[in-house]
Design a binder for this molecule. Structure first.
Ligand code: ZN
Length: 66
């Protein structure tokens, strides 16, 4: 039983916007960032991308569709 249903992300891994590639400052995702679950993993989006695509995120469209 080594498989975990929700693997913890590495805390050494910087959070990068899945759309524009911007790197989050500080630890973890800023409160202004959002994320969506895609293919069982989290994808983070910076505030600008989230604001521009909040509808797509909320409707759970795959980011590849953008
Ligand atoms: Zn972005």
């Amino acid at each position: 039983m080594d498989q975990q249903p929700c693997p913890e992300p590495s805390d050494t891994q910087p959070i990068v916007c899945a759309r524009c590639g911007r790197t989050a400052e500080g630890e973890g995702a800023p409160a202004t960032w959002t994320y969506s679950m895609e293919d069982g993993s989290r994808r983070y989006y910076c505030d600008d991308c989230a604001r521009a695509h909040i509808r797509s995120i909320e409707s759970r469209l795959d980011s590849n569709w953008w």
